[in-house]
Design a protein around this ligand. Structure first.
Ligand code: MG
Length: 376
């Protein structure tokens, strides 16, 4: 039995991960669950999967959970959630935002397999996470569909030979506003931004998909995971979301991974790698799909992508500032305080004002993140 710690169990990825566990009950056992708040869903998950430990970030919520399950070990606060990074054989990290950084570091320090869905942790502190993983020998497997696709293409190449990689090509659906002008975008509402055409996801990532910042964060994520510089990472709009990403090798060959869009594939592969096992996915019938389209990204009306390339190039704390400022701006947009187009403007101003720290420590990154969130 492989034991799992699932951080962010009530979110979209966490729920899909528990679906995968249900399908492979003979193979996986849930040791620990963490969520931000108490909810009936969390209580149901504890009932169904009987973990040894649960963590709830909100202390009042932790008390409520403890009252329901007196024999369960319940931890609270950010430290309580982060401590679950040291539990189980595999840590599936799916909390939103920079809150994932400490649990990710805990997981790699304790040599767990880290199945990582929290891209903000890799964006803000990717260099620290990768360095710790190298030191401890911890494995990091991507749960993001694009990065899982790249991982699968690299594995299919069968060699660990970074010099053979010419390009990583990350596909993007283009989100709900593909083809729209900046004037149109000025007045879009949070409800419109949350209506993603392909994927059902949490709120923050849905808005990030609408601004294209999600793809920007994914460029940085790919750079950290595969140690490939920004110049060799391209973004390709692909509205059908069937080709999940591609790798071009130095001889000109491109490998791609195709499947119907379903997060459970990337989650399951991260849990069972190097094995492949049966999954709930429907088989992809390309003659039914009919056509696959590809376009270059629109960098004029969606400036977030270029801001991410800029942050990656600047290095230091710039990616952490990009990610923190974006989290803040997305929150403000969802609460109706700023317009859609003000999201990238806020991020840009923060990048302009950010301190230059070439080799940041964890403290530097946390400081840069709080600087990025301050109201301008
Ligand atoms: Mg993705």
């Amino acid at each position: 039995m492989t034991s799992l710690a699932i951080l962010g169990s009530t979110g979209s990825i966490g729920r899909s991960a528990l679906d995968v566990v249900r399908l492979h009950a003979e193979r996986f056992q849930v040791k620990a669950l963490a969520a931000g708040h108490f909810s009936e869903l969390l209580a149901d998950q504890v009932r169904e999967f009987s973990p040894e430990i649960a963590a709830v970030k909100d202390p009042a919520g932790a008390k409520e959970l403890q009252k329901l399950f007196p024999s369960l070990t319940v931890r609270s606060g950010s430290e309580g959630v982060a401590s679950l990074g040291c539990e189980g054989d595999i840590v599936l990290l799916a909390v939103v935002g920079v809150a994932g950084l400490q649990p990710a570091l805990n997981a790699v320090k304790s040599k767990k397999r880290l199945a990582i869905a929290t891209k903000e942790a890799l964006v803000s502190g990717g260099e620290l996470i990768m360095a710790e993983a190298k030191r401890s020998g911890a494995e990091i497997l991507p749960v993001d569909s694009e990065h899982s696709a790249i991982f699968q293409c690299l594995a299919a190449n069968g060699r660990k030979a970074p010099e053979e990689i010419a390009k990583l090509i990350i596909t993007a659906s283009g989100g709900p506003f593909r083809g729209k002008s900046a004037e149109y975008l000025e007045n879009v509402t949070p409800e419109e931004a949350l209506a993603h055409p392909v994927w059902r996801m949490g709120k923050k990532i849905s808005v990030d998909s609408a601004t294209m910042m999600n793809k920007g964060l994914e460029v940085i994520e790919a750079s950290r995971l595969y140690n490939v510089p920004g110049e060799k990472i391209k973004v390709l709009i692909h509205p059908q979301s069937i080709v999940h990403s591609l790798v071009e090798f130095v001889d000109g060959a491109q490998l791609a991974q195709l499947s119907l869009p379903d997060m459970r594939l990337a989650i399951q592969y991260a849990l069972t790698f190097p094995e492949r096992t049966k999954s709930p996915l429907r088989s992809l019938n390309l003659s039914e799909v009919g056509k696959l389209e590809f376009f270059p990204p629109d960098l004029v009306n969606f400036p977030s992508l270029e801001l991410a390339y800029r942050a990656l190039k600047e290095g230091g704390v710039a990616p952490a500032v990009l990610s923190g400022a974006n989290e803040r701006a997305v929150g403000d947009f969802l609460e109706g305080r700023i317009s859609f187009n003000q999201i990238p403007r806020f991020v840009e101003r923060k990048l302009d004002a950010a301190p230059r720290i070439p080799k940041p420590t964890l403290e530097d990154i946390i400081m840069a993140d709080s600087f990025a969130r301050e109201r301008a």
